[in-house]
Design a protein around this ligand. Structure first.
Ligand code: AGP
Length: 608
């Protein structure tokens, strides 16, 4: 969602801020702005729309300042508009604030501030923070920020500047990420390291309630309660180039094509063929508790939720655990089923999804062992969990998650394999699974080779306004994920359905104008899915099947077929979903959609 970049250093700030904002665009936003301190005065430029419009506006006003802040806003309180875009200021424009998160008590604070004579120029919750700091300021900016934040409830990652402190910037976090970039004679603040990786790969992740004060050559961190703290400086391994498109027209396509490599990275060093087992170093310290648990709860949202759904079938096949999969936004308000020994595994690409983090906090409070499967190193999830596993998938920029979904599925299979091998799973079964996993990068490459063919198939379906996706067992979550991909980027109405459920209602929708994508790989549910396909055929429904190589018979039922390679039943679903990703991508291309920044969506959903 919203993105933040701040800079204090020895270089001209504006190009650095704009570069940072470009790198944060993937998070989703509807307006953008920057502010600098020049000749002791605030200069602020804001626009409704894209960062390129901000760049154009700034071309008319060159600034030489070496301190500044920038923001991309995804509207929550107040419509997308220039007046609501950040940075926000106090009345005399001496204080500037950029903010991610939600100030939950902003209404009452706004009423109180108004009663004390403060005037508001936006509809945002953020503006109250600028006025609270103004009220609390007596010459020390850091102290004023703290005094203001003590009155605030809700979540924030925020950065503050004051014209009386032209070489200083203050930032704070609670529930919304904030990371400090440590350079040579320059410091940066951002909601995401990708915003400053070109300048430095040394990062300090702030914890909740930390307050950092930066100058070009030093920084200090303490807490809202005035407690000095030391936070480690980490070296970020991601290369800045990893976030470039590398010749692909869209990040989404680049990321789809990266999957042979991201799966290889997810598996690297984690499979022991001779023992038919996985070794996941991140879980070592909790392995005994994991081996003894009877109850696993997987919690996540969106695509990560479908990875969890897929994992439930795999855990049921490879272990004797009772596995539940929870949508985080529901679980956080339910009476969660936490028993003695329950393990809660959060699955999240970003590690910042507000609902997932909240559901995990709730489970932790009730005594669950918290584990995480997360891609973004140093993210909130990686810090609130006792142990966990990284995807090592590199930055995923496209709003539609692709490469991390397949990586999540593979890692979840490895966790199931690891636990299964401590129970009934034999070494030979384990070896077969290890081999199956190792074949996946090559098998995904085979699907990618079919991209031109999948594009031609997609062209026959892109004009429909609706689309049903069906699958059973392992392929049911894949059908859900295929439908999500299609609707996210093409805006075609798509629904995923357990094939067996179709006759309980959905079949009423089928007619020649309503096509179905059938996941019909060769597994124990194959015959059942074929029966469902016959039912669709006899109602005149057009069908595209994803089938296992060599299945010539299916071509007589489906109108079109995309073949994917054979593997163990639960592993076949992984190359199959790659075909669906390409299908969604090419349908969206046919419809001329903004693929990397689809309307209304944000990459990282950091508010409730
Ligand atoms: C995926 O294409 C979506 N944009 C979205 O559903 C996403 O998977 C969800 O918001 C969860 O994000 P996370 O994995 O970062 O927690």
């Amino acid at each position: 969602m919203c993105g933040i970049i701040g800079y204090v250093g020895n270089k001209c700030a504006v190009p650095i801020l704009l570069e940072g904002l470009h790198r944060l665009e993937y998070r989703g936003y509807d307006s953008a702005g920057i502010a600098v301190i020049e000749d002791g005065q605030l200069s602020r430029v804001r626009i409704q729309g894209k960062v390129n419009a901000l760049v154009a506006r700034l071309a008319e006003r060159p600034f030489a300042s070496t301190i500044g802040m920038g923001h991309t806003r995804w509207a929550t309180h107040g419509k997308p508009s220039e007046a609501n875009a950040h940075p926000h200021t106090n009345g005399d424009e001496t204080i500037m604030v950029v903010h991610n998160g939600i100030i939950e008590n902003y209404q009452i604070l706004r009423e109180q501030l108004t009663a004390r004579g403060y005037c508001f120029s936006s509809e945002t919750d953020t503006e109250v923070v600028a006025h609270l700091i103004d009220e609390a300021y007596t010459g020390d900016l850091t102290q004023a920020v703290k005094r203001a934040l003590r009155k605030v409830t809700g979540t924030y990652g925020l950065v503050v500047m004051h014209t009386a402190h032209p070489d200083e910037m203050v930032a704070a976090r609670r529930g919304s990420p904030m990371v400090l970039g440590v350079g040579n004679n320059e410091m940066l603040l951002a909601s995401d390291v990708s915003a400053f990786l070109r300048l430095t790969n040394r990062a300090v992740y702030l914890e909740d309630d930390d307050i950092v004060t930066i100058r070009a050559d030093n920084y200090t961190i303490d807490t809202l309660a005035d407690k000095p703290v030391t936070r480690e400086t980490e070296r970020i391994e991601w290369q800045p180039d990893a976030a470039e498109r590398n010749g692909f027209p869209h990040y989404m396509l680049k990321e789809i094509f990266e999957q042979p490599e991201t799966i290889t990275n997810a598996l690297r060093g984690r499979l022991i063929h001779s023992e038919g087992i996985a070794h996941l170093g991140g879980l070592d310290k909790v392995l005994d508790r994991l081996k003894n648990t009877q109850h696993l709860v997987i919690v996540s949202c969106g695509t990560s939720y479908y990875a969890g759904m897929y994992a439930r079938y795999v855990f049921e096949r490879l272990t004797d655990l009772v596995v539940e999969v929870e949508i985080a936004s529901e679980m956080r308000y339910r009476k969660a089923n936490i028993r003695p020994g329950t393990v809660v595994l959060g699955v999240s690409q970003s590690g910042e999804t507000a609902d997932t983090i909240a559901a995990m906090h709730e489970a932790g409070r009730k005594g669950a062992l918290l584990l995480g499967l997360v891609n973004v190193v140093g993210s909130t999830m990686s810090r609130i969990t006792e142990a966990g596993i990284y995807n090592h998938g590199g930055p995923e920029i496209g709003v539609a998650s692709t490469k991390i979904f397949t990586s999540q599925c593979c890692i979840l299979v490895m966790i199931a394999l690891l636990l299964g091998r401590f129970k009934h799973l034999s070494v030979t079964d384990g070896m077969e699974i290890v081999s199956g996993l190792e074949r996946l990068p090559e098998q995904i490459a085979q699907v990618l080779d079919q991209a031109p063919y999948i594009r031609s198939v997609a062209a026959n379906y892109a004009h429909y306004d609706n689309c049903l996706f069906i699958g059973r067992k392992y392929n049911y979550p894949i059908a859900m994920e295929g439908a999500l991909k299609l609707k996210e980027i093409s805006y075609i109405h798509a629904e995923g359905c357990a094939a067996g459920e179709m006759k309980h209602g959905f079949i009423a929708m089928i007619d020649p104008s309503f096509p179905t994508l059938c996941l019909a790989t060769k597994d124990m549910m194959y015959d059942k899915v074929i029966s469902n396909m016959q039912e669709i055929k006899s109602r005149g429904g057009k069908m595209l099947a994803i089938a296992t190589e060599g299945d010539a018979a299916i071509a007589a039922i489906a109108d079109d077929v995309i073949y994917t390679p054979a593997n163990l039943d639960f592993l076949q679903s992984i190359p199959a979903v790659v075909a669906l990703q390409l299908f969604a991508y090419y349908c969206a291309i046919e419809r001329g959609r903004d693929i990397d920044q689809p309307r209304n969506l944000a990459k990282s959903v950091t508010v409730e």
